[in-house]
Every structure is written in structure tokens, then in C-alpha cells.
Design a protein around this ligand. Structure first.
Ligand SMILES: *Cc1c(COP(=O)(O)O)cnc(C)c1O
Length: 383
């Protein structure tokens, strides 16, 4: 049975055009971009072109793009790159991806101070809280653009403006928002921004960190002078070429993609509300990613819903792929103030380019029965 894949926040399939663009760079065009011969120059040209494409996609200059191994490395590089030599204070939110939160915990262990800002019931950071948290020791502000679990989009323009006023670098993790919301690092006052290829129909294991010209950061690894001497190691040319192709396709298809995703998302959310009682939307109603529907069903367990959906050929998630192995309630849903016993009834559907109305109709057909069955055997009492 063909799977109905509704877990695009976890990862996406590589687009055919992306695959085609990458393929020659594994075989006949295999050069090392640092070599001076023809094959090396060919690889270096591909690298330059890819850098231009990714820079264009976010309104950056070419030399401001550092290719990395993905979102996790970009987040680490941004935070540790700024904080390592100047221990000090960092401001972030309590709903960041683990790539930020765990890095902050590490920075605390080596002597930095971290402020984890609260969010409101919709998952929004108050820019006023950012401003109040600033001290003389603040070296960096890092607040994600869109949340991977609930899809809430943060007021990064305002936060960026506050950071600029105080001359503090502002980093944002845009892994989930890239290709799904407008993104312009100049207009939005962003000094560093993390991207990942495999969330936008590119290959896994490649991403980028945008670093505004003039902002000095330390490398995580030492070696050759690749990537403006900030990220040593022979460049992953096929991956980078694929990532750049995926980024330019995302820009090309931005309007039609987002319209398609919003239509399916709203169809899914409204359909659930129409056919099932005691269901809530997690995250902000309007300020949310066009492809995210995170729903909370009372008196049921997320894992049980996932298994029943899987039996019907539908792939969804209870939250983040990164913590699904643990049964701890989601730190994001906890931060929204949802009681732990209700959090477990949450399920995340994240839609993609290739999903169809027919697929959503099928989900809406089978899901109410699943909920009915699970509620019938649920030990949780109805209010
Ligand atoms: C997936 C994700 C990451 C990690 O990116 P990888 O390329 O998988 O390392 C970081 N931040 C957010 C918000 C993500 O969704």
C-alpha cells in the first residue's frame, strides 16, 4: 500500500529534479573543489553557483553562506561560534529545537548564562520579554523562526530590530520556515540563520549557516580553509548542489506550494473539528506554518493514534522526530501551559508538496473511527 506521508517536518523525499542535479557530481564530476585542475575547477564552479542560489533564496550575499552538514551543525556553529571565546549571556526561547536547547545547556556548563524566554498559550515569544532580558553581558539572541512541532511563527522582524538597537547579534533557526514563509535576512535584521536541506526536498546531511558580513565567529572544527575558514573539510559537492537546487525550486514554487499546503491544512483541521468532539489546535491559529496541523484529542494517547494511522497507511508524528523515542511530554507543549496528561493526546500532521486532497479526504474518513475506538477503551475519564 502506498503510504500517505504527513510527516514533512521530520524529513522530505528528495525531489526528482534535485536528484538529477546531484547525480553527475557523484560520478564523472567528482572533483575536489580545492584542486587546481579541470575537475577541481568544475567542482568549485558548482560550489560557487550553489552558494549564489542559496544566498539569493534568503536575500544574503554569496560570501555570507557557510555550507554545513545540516540544521544541527548550523545551530551549533552559530551559538558556539559566538559564545566560545566571549563567555557571556545568551537569550533564547523555551521552545527551541534540541539543536539549540542542548547547545545552550552545554554553554551553561562551560560558564555561560542562558535566559530561556517563556511563550504564550499559542507559542509566541513576546518581543518585549526579549528586550527586558538584555543585560550588559548579552552576546547573542537566538529565537527560532517557526517551531517544528506546533508551526507557530515568531515575530522575528521585531526581535531582529530590538537586537539591532542593542547591537547584539540575532540568530534564528529557519529550518522549518525556509520555503514556507517569506525570508529576507536584510529586511528582518537577521545576523545568522540556520537552514537544512532535507526539510525542503533536498538530500540529508547538508545545510547552511548564513553569517552576516563582518560578524566574526569561531569554527567548530579545524582543518583546511574551506567555507571562509569557518567550516573545514572537503565540501560535500553533490549534497550542496542538491541543496541549492532544492532551495531555488522552493523559491520558484513558493506561491503555489504555500497556497496548496494551506488549502490542505485547513481542510484537515476543519474536517477534524467537524467530525470529532473534544479536539484542540496546538499553536497559533493564524501565525502558523502553511503545512502544520498539530491537534490535541482529549482522552486518547498519541502513540496509539499513530499506530492505528500507520495500519491505515498514514504516517504522522506525535511531535518532534528527535524526541519520539522518549515518552517525556513535549517541552514545547509543556511551555504552552498544556497539562501533561492532555499533551499525550497530541498528534502532528505536516503536509508536503506532493500530498493531495484525496489523501486528506481519506485521513478524514478513517480518523474519526480511530478516535472513537480509542476513546471507547480509554481509561481516561471524560469530564
Ligand atoms: C530538523 C530541524 C533541525 C535539525 O536539522 P538537521 O539537518 O536534521 O540536523 C533544526 N532545527 C529545526 C527547527 C528542525 O526542524
Amino acid at each position: 500500500m502506498k503510504q500517505i506521508y504527513l510527516d514533512h517536518a521530520a524529513t522530505t523525499a528528495v525531489d526528482r529534479e534535485v536528484m538529477q542535479a546531484m547525480t553527475p557530481y557523484f560520478t564523472e564530476r567528482f572533483g575536489n573543489a580545492s584542486s587546481l585542475h579541470t575537475l577541481g575547477r568544475d567542482a568549485n564552479q558548482a560550489l560557487t553557483r550553489a552558494r549564489e542560489e542559496v544566498a539569493d533564496a534568503i536575500g544574503a550575499n554569496t560570501e555570507e553562506i557557510i555550507f554545513t552538514s545540516g540544521g544541527t551543525e548550523s545551530d551549533n556553529l552559530a551559538l558556539r561560534g559566538v559564545l566560545r571565546e566571549h563567555k557571556g549571556h545568551i537569550i533564547t526561547s523555551s521552545i527551541e529545537h534540541p539543536a539549540i536547547l542542548k547547545t545552550c545547556q552545554y554553554l551553561e556548563r562551560i560558564g555561560c548564562d542562558v535566559t530561556y524566554l517563556p511563550v504564550d498559550a499559542d507559542g509566541l515569544v513576546d518581543p518585549g520579554d526579549v528586550e527586558s532580558a538584555i543585560t550588559r553581558e548579552t552576546r547573542l539572541i537566538s529565537v527560532m523562526h517557526a517551531n517544528n512541532e506546533i508551526g507557530t511563527i515568531q515575530p522575528v522582524n521585531e526581535i531582529g530590530a530590538i537586537a539591532a538597537d542593542h547591537e547584539i547579534p540575532f540568530h534564528t533557526d529557519a529550518v522549518q520556515s525556509f520555503g514556507k514563509t517569506e525570508l529576507d535576512v536584510r529586511k528582518m535584521n537577521i545576523d545568522m540563520l540556520s537552514l537544512s536541506s532535507h526539510k525542503i526536498y533536498g538530500p540529508k546531511g547538508v545545510g547552511a549557516l548564513y553569517v552576516r558580513e563582518g560578524l566574526k565567529i569561531n569554527p567548530l572544527m579545524y582543518g583546511g580553509s574551506h567555507e571562509m575558514s569557518i567550516r573545514a573539510g572537503t565540501e560535500n559537492i553533490p549534497g550542496i548542489v542538491g541543496f541549492a537546487k532544492a532551495a531555488s525550486l522552493a523559491c520558484e514554487r513558493f506561491k503555489s506550494d504555500t497556497a496548496h499546503l494551506m488549502k490542505l491544512r485547513d481542510m484537515l483541521i476543519n474536517g477534524m473539528f467537524d467530525s470529532i468532539d473534544d479536539v484542540f489546535l496546538n499553536g497559533h491559529q493564524a501565525k502558523r506554518l502553511p503545512n502544520n496541523a498539530n491537534l490535541r484529542f482529549m482522552f486518547v494517547e498519541g502513540e496509539a493514534m499513530l499506530i492505528h494511522l500507520d495500519l491505515k497507511g498514514i504516517a504522522a508524528s506525535t511531535g518532534s522526530a528527535c524526541s519520539s523515542a522518549s515518552l517525556d511530554p513535549s517541552h514545547v507543549l509543556l511551555a504552552l501551559g498544556i497539562p501533561p496528561e492532555d499533551i499525550h493526546g497530541s498528534i502532528r500532521f505536516t503536509l508536503g508538496r506532493e500530498n493531495t486532497e484525496k489523501e486528506i479526504k481519506y485521513v478524514l474518513e478513517v480518523f474519526p473511527t480511530i478516535i472513537e475506538k480509542l476513546r471507547a477503551i480509554s481509561p481516561l475519564t471524560r469530564r
